[in-house]
Ligand binder design. Structure first.
Ligand SMILES: [Zn+2]
Ligand SMILES: [Zn+2]
Length: 314
């Protein structure tokens, strides 16, 4: 089974888009990407916009090639309404989605999920509600966890974790657990012991604000538990890579577990980590062409057509 991490925060955009190729089946998880609409009071820098466009192309290419598309929840960095990624990717595909009616917050239930599903159900070969279910397709088992919190509470709704299992070779993608913080977010991983775990790490850029120190402590304990459980490769990325201090979490884990493979998505793919959102202030101040950049910002901020994936996406 080949696992390709297509777009992640460690590559400069908000995304956890993952492509998995088995002998008989090609699967893409969460084919979308987005940028923080505001960070440090600033809109996205042109370098971020360029990166978003590059990675959107790559996601599109891979998604067109997939047999199965999985959507873990209805945030715009995980599903796209056709602004950045063409809706053609859904044509004739088996689409497995988070339950749009149960265990879901109001904005996703009343607006985002029905809008998205209304569009894609015309195109897909089949549309399956995936929460807590197991599917067997062409000898590949696709198993979903029950719905778990999107982060520290149900405020942002719920996500489903997914396992791809080809003859006992297992990969799990946790979606936006922001830790994992809670036992039921970590349970699916501990029960199944995948070869590779692709995890949304602690949301350290909101530490002391929308993410408590208790949440961080619990997450670090759970990550250690996962390493000790014998999972071969642990990818930590997404919310954790929106703050430069992610490096200290890696440093501590690598010192404590020198033999464990703990990587960002970029490193897993053999790339240098290139966080852009966390460096936004620096990107705007760099090179002495601040004025030019600031003018550029106004243009981007007022533009409605070019990049609509710059919007509330969490
Ligand atoms: Zn996300
Ligand atoms: Zn999310």
């Amino acid at each position: 089974m080949k696992v390709e991490l297509i777009a992640f925060d460690s590559m400069g955009v908000r995304s956890m888009c993952t492509y998995i190729e088995t002998k008989s089946l090609r699967i893409i998880i969460d084919p979308s990407a987005a940028l923080a609409p505001r960070r440090f009071g600033l809109p996205p820098h042109e370098i971020e916009i360029e990166r978003l466009n590059q990675l959107a192309k790559k996601i599109t290419e891979k998604a067109l090639n997939a047999d199965v598309i999985i959507i873990t929840h209805y945030h715009y960095d995980h599903h796209d309404l056709g602004d950045l990624i063409p809706l053609d990717i859904y044509n004739n595909k088996i689409v497995m989605v988070k339950d749009p009616e149960n265990n879901i917050n109001k904005s996703q239930k009343d607006f985002r999920a029905p809008l998205f599903l209304g569009i894609i159900k015309q195109r897909a070969k089949s549309l399956e509600i995936a929460d807590n279910k197991v599917f067997n397709i062409e000898g590949v088992k696709i198993e979903f966890s029950k719905a778990v919190f999107h982060g520290a509470s149900d405020l942002l709704g719920y996500v489903i974790e997914v396992m791809i299992d080809e003859d006992g070779d297992k990969v799990i993608h946790t979606s936006d657990v922001q830790g994992p913080i809670f036992e039921d977010q970590v349970e699916f991983l501990l029960k199944n012991k995948p070869r590779i775990a692709i995890i949304d790490g602690p949301m350290i850029y909101m530490l002391g604000y929308r993410y408590s120190y208790e949440n961080l402590d619990a997450s670090l304990k759970n990550i250690e538990k996962l390493i000790e459980s014998g999972i071969e490769e642990i990818i930590l990325d997404h919310h954790m890579l929106r703050d430069r201090n992610y490096i200290y979490i890696f440093k501590n884990l690598r010192e404590k577990y020198p033999k464990a493979k703990i990587l960002t998505a970029a490193e897993y793919m053999g790339l240098e980590v290139d966080i852009l959102e966390a460096r936004r202030k620096e990107l705007f101040n760099k090179g002495g062409n601040k004025k030019e950049n600031m003018e550029g910002n106004d243009r981007e901020e007022n533009s409605t057509s070019s990049i609509s994936n710059i919007r509330e996406n969490t």
